[in-house]
Ligand binder design. Structure first.
Ligand SMILES: N[C@@H](CCC(=O)N[C@@H](CS)C(=O)NCC(=O)O)C(=O)O
Length: 201
């Protein structure tokens, strides 16, 4: 398999951590969605990442669809989203909130790439407030080593990705989330997570 997208892309990072935790071998092709559109187009005509190219040549897009495929590949006992029941529902809800935090933090980041005269502080502050609200909801949910249940799930993966993305974009505004910070430290003590930490855009 080939995973296309850089670790700077939070949703690519989600898929990378998933592949690592499931111990599925893959080649990492870190094409950047904005800077390498021509190289990316053969993998995804919409020039978005992540893309997972299977050994058959089939290409999958969207991190949730890819995570679902990988769960199916390893079977229900190892799946990182439980196949049914209340824990599945809760994992999917946490992933939903964490994904929204990533989207809002990314919007704040993208706003900074506009020429200063075109930047909207109203949009940036609205997105910041929504990202901080989502983080607070995640913070309140954590009361043990794992975000949901008694083993690592997609909820843990998306929570650490969302927290670190928000920390990178919003900096000190994210301080004061002790459970999220402790959870990120625990996750980062695993080299399968730490190896996907981006170094630069
Ligand atoms: N819902 C998608 C979101 C993917 C996404 O937002 N990708 C970003 C990078 S993290 C991207 O490719 N942005 C470039 C663009 O949309 O043009 C997923 O979960 O994979």
């Amino acid at each position: 398999m080939k995973l296309i997208g850089p670790w700077f892309s939070p949703f690519t990072r989600r898929v990378g951590i998933t592949l690592n935790l499931l111990e599925l071998p893959y080649e990492h092709v870190p094409l950047h969605a904005f800077a390498q559109k021509d190289e990316l187009r053969p993998f995804n005509p919409m020039t978005r990442v992540p893309v997972l190219q299977l050994d058959s040549g089939e290409r999958l897009v969207d991190s949730s669809a890819i995570a679902d495929y990988l769960d199916e590949l390893v079977g229900p006992k190892r799946a990182l989203t439980p196949p049914s029941g209340p824990i599945r529902r809760t994992v999917l809800q946490v992933v939903g909130y964490a994904s929204a935090v990533v989207e809002k933090a990314s919007s704040v980041y993208l706003e900074t790439l506009r020429p200063p005269a075109s930047q909207s502080s109203t949009i940036a502050s609205g997105n910041t407030q929504q990202a901080l609200c989502g983080l607070e909801l995640l913070e309140q949910r954590i009361d043990g080593p794992f975000v949901v249940g008694s083993r690592v799930t997609q909820a843990d993966i998306m929570t650490v990705v969302a927290y670190q993305t928000a920390l990178f974009v919003l900096g000190r505004e994210v301080a004061g989330d002790p459970r999220l910070s402790a959870h990120a430290q625990r996750m980062m003590s695993d080299s399968r997570v730490a190896s996907t930490m981006p170094t630069a855009p």
